[in-house]
Design a protein around this ligand. Sequence first.
Ligand SMILES: Nc1ncnc2c1ncn2[C@@H]1O[C@H](COP(=O)(O)OP(=O)(O)O)[C@@H](O)[C@H]1O
Ligand SMILES: [Mg+2]
Length: 505
Amino acid sequence: MNTERDDALMKKLDEIETTADVEIPTDPLDRVIGQEEAIALTLIAAKQRRHLLLVGPPGTGKSMIAQALALHMERPIEEIRVVHNPENPQRPQVEVKSMEEVLREREGLESAEGELIDPKEAPIHIAEKLGYKCVNCGTYSSPTETFCPRCGTPKASGNTMGESPFGDISGFLEMISSRPPRKRVTTTRKRLGKEEVVVFERAGEMIKVLDQKALEKRRELEKVSPRKVIVPLERRPFVLATGASETELLGDVRHDPYGGHEQLGSQPYERVVAGAIHEAHEGVLFIDEIPHIGHLQRFILTAMQEKKFPISGRNPQSAGASVRVDAVPCDFIFVGACNIQDLEHILSPLRSRISGSGYEVLMETTMPDTEENRMKMMQFIAQEIQKDGRIPHATRGAVQNIIDIAGKRAKEIDNADNALTLRLRGLGGLIRAAGDIAVWNEDPLIDEKHIEQALKRSRSVESQIIEKYGTYQKGISRDISQAQREQSPYYYWNENRGSDEPGYM
Ligand SMILES: Nc1ncnc2c1ncn2[C@@H]1O[C@H](COP(=O)(O)OP(=O)(O)O)[C@@H](O)[C@H]1O
Ligand SMILES: [Mg+2]
């Protein structure tokens, strides 16, 4: 596991001057501190493609773990496309291409693009016909210039000016009647004893040469049906779908005001959009606060079971409603997160699916106050400073101070003795507030006094309420009616907590 790797890197608190001396692990999973069980299961989930349910209070590392999991997975090797169906345009077909196929196709495309050469390397008559070379004086110039920049005559035709009995006028006529240089010249050439067709095309300042092979490739590419890539090969393996709407989660077929009219409108396949479940194919679909997506949980369950989910127009008023693509792959690892009190709002078949082919993990809220864990806390402080990027490093004294606060919080919030809190988002906020004070005072480092000041400033509203009203409960009961309290999803949770606690954190 990762702890062995860490140990070599870790410095003791008295070995550092400031957090600049602390080594930060490169693996994002090694940056998650105090959640050993969750990390072990995350590594297994990545390797064996298992689902995860992370349960615990905010700010303990659930999102961090979900993202790190995605980075521990193999990179995606499939691309998903929808293909025009000429028999029935309302039923575009799905096409899954492997990485090898995609790469081969790209190579093919490149070869069909032909070879670019300098006009001076092209046969002279080709350079003249395409408008790169002046037929009168032989000077090369851009084909966008109709007149030779050197001799001033039209490049494409023989110069008769001066010799003509009509003088200038003839030149003028010549100019307006001369055929403009051609964009494309087809000719033949001998190669390896065989006559073959070659096409020379204008391509800006260069000339493009298409040999027999490239021309065949072009014809082939023109034959294949039109398609749209909806999930590209190169994509992030982590898709966040917290609070997603139905169309965001499941995909959609966009409306077309012309209703897919052949000439005016766009073809149905062009309007197909993948949902988060499809974008997460071969990666991680992460949904924080699962209960918030309500009835959509049912669709996630189906997607997890089938590993395929159709994309259809989800607005019945839209022209997209009659379009459907069947069996679009969506083979993702599901990572869900929620608070303990929301657990009962998760659809039970979804939970049994997760536990059936994955793991449910309760996040730690504290860790024992040991030498090793103090070093981890120091690593956390260094990480937060690095991540913020706008605050200075902290002195050893400040680190010590923060560790003491972590100890106090473990006792206050979770009633744990000889422990350090793992409700780290809050602690991160304290570090940033202290950093802001240091910056404001133009101090080069965060020290103890900045931490003290920040502590006063960054108190949660709950602890401010306690100070003002005596207890947290008294505070709320002054503010809201009983009916309102019972409607709150946190009512029973908060009600069951000791009144001296700083409430919902
Ligand atoms: N276990 C942890 N190890 C290191 N940093 C943490 C940890 N938990 C939280 N943090 C810090 O708090 C921030 C918020 O954590 P996050 O993963 O979003 O928590 P959650 O998803 O549980 O609410 C992180 O970006 C990180 O800075
Ligand atoms: Mg989170």
